[in-house]
Design a protein around this ligand. Structure first.
Ligand SMILES: [Ca+2]
Length: 576
């Protein structure tokens, strides 16, 4: 824990806390029309001068406080393999046996052999012990003796015999016991759960391995954040505040914090093509050949939560080169890596029908909920041979359709989207000058044809790069296009969580939000939303077992970090 800098809990003057969204927030236009007292250009002067009863917002200064956490761990399963039997069994063809030839502790360990497929390994059914919405931690040891110098060994959770989630991972050195540890939040809807160990192939060979000293505990954190200002309230007159979540990241304690702090939501993975496309059904009947089958099972829990909480959603994303399976572009939806790709004509039909079905699903089942779509994600990557800077390598969209796939995607999205649904082009490294020129050219063309409403700037920063001057300049350049600007995937990679570094991160966040606020208020860019790519450090895409990262505003226990107070513009966080 870091020390409390300046002030304490009692110094905080939080704004009125009201978690209920009373505006019709499902319609962005209602947001602004209901808040016309905040429109300083038209009304502010008059109201402040003539009506003493209208509350005038006082500048509120927030003192930083860190809150506290009490962490409890209850052991739910352990095995040191010193007894006569174990609850672990072989997964697939693999065999497990207690052996005395190797041990991380005491005399024995569990030997896993006879694997004939990657997913074979050692598994234990913990359906009775693991409860949905709860957090579990695992600690154990792994060993392998043959093959490459290093090997990644994974521990995963099999949910409902159909989904496979990462629990822990270790990079082991051959012949050395290596500690493996990690944590997982059990997703809602989990009815059966097994914990298993497996490893990839080395030079095509499936290796034997050992495990020992396995401890699995349920972690309960009693968190007291104290009174927190709300990000969405602090910035309500400027732009909405969003957060990306995945389906496994919305247990009750997270839902409460999300509702308190944010008024927009982005599904982190569940609306990407690899989550939505349904291969089994698509190959079941030739009628699907130009009209791929889709399924919304994976996104439903997020959309239900958003609907119940009255939080509008950013749809991410319809057309992207990544997280889109190759079979979508292949003849007969073949899974064969060498299967021929379809014609441009057929792929355009697949694209149109995919976009149509996704939009129709959202608009029929959740009318008004998804207020914006990233229609195309990351199509520009200059230097790959296309004169207009399009991504050429590893883009099957480009390979099959050519550069006009972007405009086609927007055409189809416009054709099927409800009139108030906003269409965005989204990309990363948007402050790089060369890339920016290509994006601006692309977006200008789309704007002239009435096909686009906004630009999404991902804004994945590190603690040092890019310079905020470049971010600032690019916001103004994009702002000149007269489209909505949204910062769609904000985080700030930080690999050292010392108090000093956490404060440095808070300062950079404070400067960034000062810039964003100033640009918006000056009218140089119509910034309508800022979305953080994750709620807390533990679930960030940047946080890896081999290299932890601390990029967000809340820590592993959902306690506010100095970064939170930087975004809030607390005077306890200096600008430099
Ligand atoms: Ca042992």
């Amino acid at each position: 824990m870091w020390m409390i800098l300046g002030g304490c809990k009692n110094d905080t003057k939080p704004p009125k806390k009201d978690d209920k969204i009373t505006d019709t927030v499902l319609d962005e236009q209602d947001d602004s029309s209901n808040n016309n007292q905040n429109d300083e250009n038209s009304n502010g002067q008059e109201e402040a001068g003539n009506d003493a009863n209208i509350p005038v917002a006082e500048p509120v200064e927030y003192a930083m406080h860190t809150g506290s956490v009490e962490v409890k761990e209850d052991l739910i399963y352990n095995d040191d393999f010193e007894g006569d039997s174990t609850l672990f069994t072989g997964r697939g063809a693999a065999k497990v046996e207690i052996v005395s030839s190797k041990a991380q502790a005491a005399s024995n360990s569990l030997y896993v052999s006879g694997r004939t497929a990657l997913w074979n390994g050692a598994t234990v059914d913990l359906s009775e012990e693991l409860m949905a919405g709860e957090k579990y931690v695992i600690n154990g040891w792994v060993l392998y003796e043959e093959g490459p110098n290093q090997l990644q060994i994974d521990c995963k959770l099999e949910k409902n015999n159909s989904e496979y989630l990462s629990f822990a991972s270790a990079l082991a050195n051959r012949g050395e016991w290596t500690e493996i540890s990690g944590s997982i939040i059990i997703p809602a809807g989990t009815s059966s759960a097994s914990v298993y160990f497996e490893t990839g192939a080395a030079n095509g060979e499936l290796l034997d391995f050992y495990i020992d000293s396995i401890l699995i505990g349920q972690e309960t954190a009693i968190v007291d954040r104290g009174e927190l200002p709300s990000l969405k309230e602090v910035y309500k007159d400027l732009f909405s505040m969003g957060v990306a979540v995945t389906a496994s990241e919305i247990p009750p304690d997270r839902q409460e914090l999300i509702k308190q702090q944010f008024n927009r939501l982005t599904p982190g993975n569940e609306l990407k093509p690899d989550s939505v496309l349904d291969h089994a059904t698509s190959i079941s009947d030739p009628k699907y050949d130009d009209n791929p089958a889709i399924s919304f099972k994976r996104v439903e829990s997020i959309l239900e939560f958003a609907k119940e909480s009255n939080i509008p959603v950013r749809g991410h994303t319809l057309v992207w080169h990544s997280q889109t399976p190759r079979w979508f572009f292949a003849e007969g939806y073949s899974l064969d890596a060498n299967a021929p790709l379809v014609s441009k004509e057929l792929m355009l039909k697949r694209m149109e029908n995919y976009i149509r079905q996704v939009l129709e699903y959202a608009q029929t089942n959740y009318p008004g909920l998804i207020y914006a779509w990233d229609v195309v994600n990351e199509a520009i990557n200059p230097g790959e041979g296309d004169e207009n800077g399009f991504r050429v390598k590893e883009s099957l969209w480009y390979e099959v359709i050519g550069p006009d796939f972007v405009e086609k995607a927007f055409e189809y999205a416009r054709k099927y989207a409800d009139p108030d649904v906003k269409l965005f082009y989204n990309d990363y490294n948007t402050e790089e000058k060369g890339k920016m020129l290509h994006i601006i050219k692309l977006v200008k063309g789309l704007k002239e044809k009435g096909l686009i409403d906004g630009i999404g700037l991902q804004t994945h920063l590190t603690i040092d790069n890019p310079s905020l001057v470049d971010v600032n300049t690019s916001l103004m350049e994009y702002g000149e296009l007269g489209l909505e600007i949204q910062i769609t995937e904000l985080d700030m990679g930080l690999t050292d969580n010392s108090e000093e570094e956490l404060i440095r991160q808070a300062k950079r966040y404070k400067r960034l939000f000062m810039f964003i606020k100033n640009i918006h208020e000056s009218g140089a860019a119509n910034i309508t939303n800022v979305t953080f790519w994750g709620l807390s450090d533990d679930i960030s895409w940047l946080n890896k077992p081999s290299q932890p990262s601390y990029p967000l505003l809340f820590d592993n226990y959902l306690l506010q970090k100095p970064a939170f107070w930087g975004v809030i513009q607390s005077p306890d966080i200096p600008l430099y």
